[in-house]
Design a protein around this ligand. Structure first.
Ligand SMILES: [Zn+2]
Length: 182
């Protein structure tokens, strides 16, 4: 029986993300779309996310989907970005360290939707929609129809879809490449 879980993102992401500044939803989305495309090239799921400081645009954490390489179904891009941001800032509730946004290449699945309220981000922005994700065969899980209002009701501002066409194009590239669907 194992008593330890280890999750990592590729070290190469650091070169792009560390010191990276993006002050608009489009600039942040362009970055996470680039990361998601890089993840497809590594034969991983076509999803990425980042946590950014809303006041100065600095990237706190970059996450990519690591389900295949880690053998963990929870290792979605959003989860990786949130966990890495919390570990980087050494705080469970990010709101204690500033104003942060979670930028994700696709609308969060039911798991990631569920994780957002406890992360302390004050905003979330997404690229591709649930329909885009499910069109290539992924299962987004039992997300409530009014997920957006539920987050807004917890004072988490939702923006999206942002650059939907560009974000969905990565999903389609993944499907064409015969990527694993899980
Ligand atoms: Zn997810």
């Amino acid at each position: 029986m194992k008593t330890k879980v280890e999750l990592t993102v590729p070290e190469s992401l650091r070169a792009y993300a560390e010191g990276f500044i993006a002050t608009t939803p489009e600039a942040r989305m362009q970055a996470v779309i680039d990361w998601s495309r890089g993840n497809v090239e590594r034969a991983e799921g076509p999803f990425a996310a980042g946590v950014f400081n809303l006041d100065n645009g600095s990237c706190i954490a970059a996450g990519v989907n690591r389900v295949i390489s880690s053998g963990c179904s929870v290792a979605h891009g959003e989860m990786m970005a949130l966990m890495l941001a919390q570990q980087t800032l050494e705080v469970v509730n990010l709101a204690e360290k500033g104003r942060f946004v979670l930028t994700t290449s696709a609308q969060p699945c039911s798991q990631c939707f569920g994780a957002i309220p406890w992360s302390g981000v004050e905003a979330m922005e997404f690229g591709a929609t649930r329909d885009d994700v499910e069109a290539i065969g992924f299962d987004e899980g039992p997300c409530p129809e009014n997920w957006r209002e539920l987050l807004e009701g917890r004072n988490i501002r939702v923006t999206g879809p942002v650059m939907q066409k560009e974000a969905a194009a990565v999903l389609q590239e993944y499907a064409r490449s015969g990527g694993n669907l899980y």
